[in-house]
Design a binder for this molecule. Structure first.
Ligand SMILES: [Zn+2]
Length: 262
């Protein structure tokens, strides 16, 4: 499909309208990708091999930062939106993972205010969180001083050389600019034989609209990539993980546990 045949007419397209639509290779399987449609002004390509959908070319980092600054009310060291319900939901969600976290060293990537870290910490030997948001980490450090939190990017954290028995990442993968940096971080942070849990929108789910461009989870620049189970497993296998458990969801969401091979 050529770009000229389908435009969404979004006025926000201006900052990215001039970006070249050069051919790109798929970061999952390295097959060629094809232009499919624009959403919110961002061109979205689909891999001809594995079906991986992604914004390409990637928007500038400044565009991403501006989006979050404009659309999200930030946390502070003393305030986090919906803190009570987040803590309650975090506790109940953590129970699913007790067999993997009891007595173990656990990391959450994209930990926000640290609610899951605190929940994991009830069972784990040690619970650690990392997030890009300095305000969120300031809140987490103040609220849960018994746990360690880091306000930094994935590469910087991975360079610390710590390894974990269980790494939890919920609704992060679809936001990251570089899936390889995300996967490299998992590879470096999960010990051989350890586990990585990931949740993200599921582009292959039966509940996704037939015209996928109308799916609410296609919302760049907030979301930048969308996986089916097939190409998510391909990506993880490329980095030495195998699918361990699929927590089935009635909504179009991945909820999957991978194990790093020894
Ligand atoms: Zn592919």
């Amino acid at each position: 499909m050529s770009e000229a045949t389908q435009e969404d007419g979004d006025a926000t397209a201006a900052p990215v309208a001039a970006m070249a639509l050069e051919n790109t290779t798929c970061p999952v399987c390295e097959c060629a990708t094809d232009y499919t449609f624009r959403k919110n002004g961002f061109p979205i390509r689909k891999c001809c091999g594995c079906g991986y959908l992604h914004v390409a070319p990637r928007p500038p980092v400044a565009t991403i930062i501006n989006h979050y600054l404009t659309n999200y009310r930030g946390a502070t060291a003393d305030f986090y939106p919906k803190a009570a319900s987040r803590r309650w939901r975090g506790f109940w969600r953590s129970l699913v993972f007790v067999p993997y976290i009891r007595g173990k060293k656990v990391l959450e990537i994209g930990c926000g205010g640290g609610f899951m870290v605190e929940a994991f910490g009830r069972f784990a030997r040690e619970a650690v969180g990392v997030d890009l948001s300095e305000n969120s980490i300031a809140y987490a450090r103040k609220r849960w001083p018994q746990h360690r939190f880091f306000a930094e990017g994935l590469g910087a954290f991975a360079s610390r050389g710590e390894s974990f028995d269980f790494v939890f990442s919920s609704e992060v993968l679809e936001h990251v600019l570089d899936p390889h940096e995300f996967m490299d971080t998992l590879r470096r942070c999960v010990r051989p034989g350890g586990y990585a849990y990931v949740s993200a929108p599921d582009a292959g789910h039966k509940a996704v609209p037939r015209d996928i461009s109308t799916w609410e989870d296609i919302c760049p620049p907030e979301h930048l990539q969308w996986f089916s189970q097939h190409n998510m497993v391909l990506l993880f296998e490329r980095y030495g993980f195998r699918l361990h458990h699929d927590y089935k969801s009635r909504t179009p969401a991945h909820s999957v546990l991978f194990q790093r091979l020894g």
